[in-house]
Design a protein around this ligand. Sequence first.
Ligand code: NAP
Length: 170
Amino acid sequence: MVPGEACRNFYWEGKIKAIGVSNFHPDRVMDLIVHHEIVPAVNQIETHPFLQQIETQKFLEENKVQIESWGPFAEGKNNIFQNELLLSIGNKYHKSIAQVILRWLTQRGVIAIPKSVRKERMEENINIFDFELSGEDMEVIKALDTKMSSFFDHRDPAMVKWLGERKLAI
Ligand SMILES: NC(=O)c1ccc[n+]([C@@H]2O[C@H](COP(=O)([O-])OP(=O)(O)OC[C@H]3O[C@@H](n4cnc5c(N)ncnc54)[C@H](OP(=O)(O)O)[C@@H]3O)[C@@H](O)[C@H]2O)c1
């Protein structure tokens, strides 16, 4: 990792084109913007049907920070790949649940970085540009939003400590 000062210099020298952050809640993003000259280009945060980040996306867009989804499939938690609502929408378009989710994120303007170790799934996951979800389907998916992480709270001091110590140990 490049330390903050060096990173800043590389940016102004044109050696770094864009600086991104991850897991920054809106208050931290604002803190960063207020106290630094460089606005992060992107914020990679947990975003999927069970945690849709609608308000956060609005905040990020207002501040010219691109939202990027990590865990677009919630890593399979809460039986996302068996979800009845997503399945019924997928059936209408002859698309899988994974494709519905990635198309839904793309239509919202959310960048997604799905992970798969299987070639056929990678192909499936990129094959989302030949259909468009209707406005009604986009609305219906909103019902799945629990507004809660499927993993852990990045604002829990104990978790932040654990993550920090884990990083130092690497
Ligand atoms: N910034 C952060 O704090 C943070 C945290 C977590 C993850 N990430 C990043 O986010 C990216 C996404 O990875 P993720 O593992 O978190 O979550 P994910 O993409 O939501 O889920 C990955 C899981 O979905 C399965 N999968 C992928 N495509 C599928 C398909 N078409 N049909 C059925 N199952 C499918 C994968 O299995 P197979 O591999 O067996 O296909 C894997 O078990 C990664 O690049 C990761 O590094 C970032």
